[in-house]
Design a protein around this ligand. Structure first.
Ligand code: R5P
Length: 295
């Protein structure tokens, strides 16, 4: 098998390749003056099983287009099988129509990946698991929870409560709670008034005097986590941890997360977090072994 990396997260791709005991395949990527992309695979992949690793994080559209061009290049080079490895699936939150005349962009992404020539997809912690059904090709949904849970379990928190910051994340939080010695679960009733603006209203469950771990699939602007932490503090939570697979960290996430509300913010490296965006409470765990194992 051969692994090639898009430009979005070369460090993660290298770690995956190292886990598998191989090196990344040679590939040239360029951006032309007008912004168009160029990709060339620099070895024969005829008849080979090819894995293309590209989390479609910011700049989302460029990274996604790069992935499509990589898939196309591999197909035209007669690869036997092309697997798109998406540690972060972009547009996953646009998974249904919530108002008239909207797009279901997550489905459009699926159509484009398949149309470009992928035979198989491997994605990590989809915002909604139903996205798997948007594909009629083999799809492996890998969970980042083993690395996050292992890390949290080592802390052996007394009086732990796992909190879902919204109703949509209850199944995820429940799975965490179960693996953390059947810790109790609390749920936050979050209402959104506008895109990227979370408004938190109520907490269902008892958090008074407890150590709480908020579990989500992603932290984008950190509005959800920040509002949740304020509410939990009001409800008497003693220590608050935030935990999520995808560190999207759009502004002003780093400010919000480092304002002293959280003991620690635990994320994974599905999306790269550059040094300039790191803060003292942030812990980044690697999911390379999980992806390597799934490959
Ligand atoms: C929403 O349903 C997601 O699971 C996350 O809670 C949300 O996307 C996080 O966004 P933000 O950090 O901007 O509140």
């Amino acid at each position: 098998l051969r692994i090639f990396s898009g430009s979005a997260n070369v460090d993660l791709s290298q770690e995956v390749a190292r886990y598998l005991g191989i090196t990344l395949g040679p590939m040239v990527q360029k951006t032309f003056a007008d912004g168009e992309l160029y990709v060339q695979i620099q070895e024969s992949i005829r008849g080979r099983d090819v894995y293309l690793i590209q989390p479609c994080c910011k700049p989302v559209n460029d990274h996604f287009m790069e992935l499509l061009i990589m898939i196309d290049a591999c197909r035209r080079a007669s690869a036997r099988q092309v697997t798109a490895v998406l540690p972060y699936y972009c547009y996953a939150r646009a998974d249904r129509k919530t108002a008239g005349r909207e797009s279901i962009a997550a489905k459009l992404i699926a159509n484009l990946v398949v149309k470009a020539g992928a035979n198989r997809v491997l994605a990590m912690d989809l915002h909604s698991a139903q996205i798997q059904g948007y594909f009629d090709i083999p799809f492996d949904h890998v969970y980042g929870s083993p690395v996050l849970i292992r890390y949290l379990a080592e802390k052996a928190f007394p009086d732990l409560v796992v909190v879902s910051p919204d109703v949509g994340g209850v199944a995820r939080a429940r799975a965490f709670a179960k693996k953390l010695d059947d810790a109790p679960l609390a749920i936050i009733d979050k209402r959104r008034q506008a895109h990227n603006k979370a408004e938190v209203l109520n907490v269902i469950g008892d958090v008074r005097g407890k150590t709480v771990v908020l579990v989500d699939d992603m932290i984008d602007t950190a509005g959800t986590m920040h509002e949740a932490s304020r509410l939990l503090r009001r409800e008497g939570a003693e220590r608050i941890y935030a935990c999520a697979t995808h560190a999207v960290l759009s502004d002003p996430a780093c400010e919000r997360l480092s304002d002293g509300s959280f003991e620690e913010v635990i994320v994974t490296n599905t999306i790269p977090v550059p040094e300039s965006r790191r803060f003292s409470q942030l812990t980044v765990l690697s999911v390379a072994d999980l992806i390597g194992e799934a490959i």
